[in-house]
Design a protein around this ligand. Sequence first.
Ligand code: 6GU
Length: 223
Amino acid sequence: MNFHVLTLFPEVFDTINHSMIKRAIESGKISINPVYIRDFATNNRRQTDGYPYGGGAGMVMMAEPIYRAYKSLEINHPRTIYLTPQGKVFNQAMAQELSAEPDLVLLCGHYEGVDQRIIDEIVTDEVSIGDFVLTGGEIAAMAVIDAVARLVPGVIKADSLDAESFSAGLLEYPQYTRPPEFMGRMVPEILLSGHHAEIEKWRHQQAVEATRSKRPDLLAEEE
Ligand code: 6GU
């Protein structure tokens, strides 16, 4: 799967190159292709933004440079996501759906936004990562890339994903590793017992309890 990111800050995406994502890139399962919008500006000052028609604060990103950056990809009707606090709030179901696309274009806005005509022309989905305002779409795009990339087949071990779907809609159960005692706190006895069925049952109860106390809204959604 190829992530093409239309951005004024391409260097931001050099940092998504560690751990699981690094291995996914190295093995060719995914690629991250930042496209610098400024390289597609049309005037000699390489401007990519202008004052808003009708007045008002801030600057608006011009449609033309974004369109030319998009066209340079030479992909037919790719799924194209505009990262904006006005978008649909991103979740795991959206990540799952997007992980099936061969190419994903992510448009990162800045300033007060982008010219509406580029949204009307190329954008298929408007996505937000939560109800707060970032200075630009780059960090949101990174969150979407990370969440989608790990669901691309072969990127993480199938049993990790199985464990996730088993507990779908629940928070994670608590995990422990060595040593068996830390600051007087013991690892729960059951985890040392070797009774796998009992351990699974305990973990499920813990996941339900964690969800009930920290995110009761997730349980309410199931009904
Ligand atoms: Cl996708 N963009 C910006 N600028 N702010 C956000 C966001 C996106 N999601 C939440 N806040």
